[in-house]
Design a protein around this ligand. Structure first.
Ligand SMILES: Cc1cc2nc3c(=O)[nH]c(=O)nc-3n(C[C@H](O)[C@H](O)[C@H](O)COP(=O)(O)OP(=O)(O)OC[C@H]3O[C@@H](n4cnc5c(N)ncnc54)[C@H](O)[C@@H]3O)c2cc1C
Length: 338
């Protein structure tokens, strides 16, 4: 099938960008994805450390409420890409534990990058490539990378970055102004393994009245190999803003103390301790535009921030952007569509 008029460049290989890429590639478009990271997944991230530690330091789990996302989740589950996390998730305030309402919570297996890896398996993705500028000429879009490459032309371009990063790239297009009005908060994440088990009878907790907002025993999730007691601790947005320029070491130690206070227990010695700062973690306002599309110039913008946040929002936004692009070509979604 000819791909004349159907070349698409996609900036960002998180769930939103990859879903959009996959949807277009499955419908006969010639798609190429660029990401500045070492791998795919964006904020659905997993970090490994010797000897047997794994940490999902971004998204912790996902839920599926939309029928299309439920269908994809069921397919992933049947192929072992995701599994339901049956760990007990509680609310924790000043050492007092209360139950949260039960709901299916899914995680990638063996880590949260599994969904992105699955989506990326049949498309061209160029990692370690930061896009620094984009421009449109008579033959289409060209992007400039930090490795001094000019790539293109593409008939359409899709920008899938967190709002503040999208705003920088999109200016002077009006979508840049829309993106610039959307605030996103940072999140400090601590990745810690203990020499012996932390004795609490739950796998994850939403924490209140603390510098922390969430803690989880990563090793309680399904399919995590190794025996070590690995935990991920997330600081609250307020703490993360106030300590934005802290060193990882200082952030890790302070948040470890907060963990001990939150569970009112002394912690075992740690055998691995690092911290990661997510500069753009969650959106502060809800936005449900789903995506932005300018058919005049073939420019789409998608990502979680346009669809209520979270992994499911990124998925729905990516699908919506792909639909807008093939609709603009007068095409009909094929059987393979999400
Ligand atoms: C700490 C934390 C906890 C979370 N917990 C949950 C949770 O429990 N459940 C849930 O559903 N969601 C959670 N989320 C949110 C979820 O991770 C996001 O909603 C979702 O992953 C966003 O996907 P995306 O594709 O829109 O963006 P991203 O995943 O951010 O993808 C954007 C991609 O663009 C790349 N990029 C950025 N700038 C450039 C550039 N100039 N050039 C090239 N590439 C670039 C990035 O490397 C990244 O891979 C959490 C997020 C964080 C950070």
């Amino acid at each position: 099938m000819t791909t004349r008029g159907r070349t698409v460049g996609i900036i960002g290989a998180g769930v939103g960008g990859l879903v959009c890429a996959r949807e277009l590639a499955d419908n006969g478009f010639d798609v190429k994805v660029f990401d500045k990271g070492r791998g795919v997944g964006g904020r659905t991230a997993t970090r490994r450390a010797e000897p047997d530690f794994t940490f999902d330091h971004g998204a912790q789990y996902f839920t599926a409420r939309d029928a299309r996302f439920q269908k994809v989740t069921a397919d992933w589950q049947s192929r072992g890409v995701v599994a339901e996390w049956l760990g007990r998730v509680v609310r924790l305030e000043n050492g007092v534990v209360t139950e949260t309402s039960p709901q299916p919570r899914y995680v990638g297996v063996p880590g949260m990058t599994a969904m992105a890896a699955d989506l990326a398996s049949a498309i061209r993705v160029q990692t370690r490539t930061q896009v620094v500028a984009m421009s449109r000429g008579p033959s289409g879009w060209t992007i400039n990378t930090d490795t001094q490459e000019n790539v293109g032309p593409f008939d359409a371009l899709v920008v899938t970055l967190p709002a503040p990063q999208s705003a920088e790239l999109l200016q002077p297009h009006a979508f840049g102004t829309i993106a610039s009005t959307f605030q996103m908060t940072p999140c400090w994440a601590v990745l810690v393994a203990f020499e012996s088990r932390v004795e609490v009878p739950w796998g994850g907790a939403f924490v209140h009245g603390s510098p922390l907002s969430w803690v989880a025993r990563n090793s309680s999730k399904p399919g995590r190999s190794g025996q070590s007691d690995c935990w991920v601790l997330h600081a609250s947005p307020e703490w993360s803003v106030a300590h934005l320029e802290a060193t990882p070491d200082t952030a890790a130690r302070e948040l470890l103390d907060a963990f001990s206070s939150a569970i009112a227990e002394r912690l075992p010695p740690d055998s691995h301790l690092t911290a990661h700062r997510w500069r753009y973690s969650h959106g502060s306002d809800a936005d449900d535009r789903q995506m932005l599309f300018d058919p005049e110039v073939g420019l789409a913008v998608c990502g979680d921030w346009l669809a209520g946040g979270r992994v499911e929002g990124a998925f729905l936004s990516g699908v919506a952007a792909a639909e807008a692009i093939y609709d603009s070509k007068g095409l009909k979604l094929g059987e393979s569509g999400f």
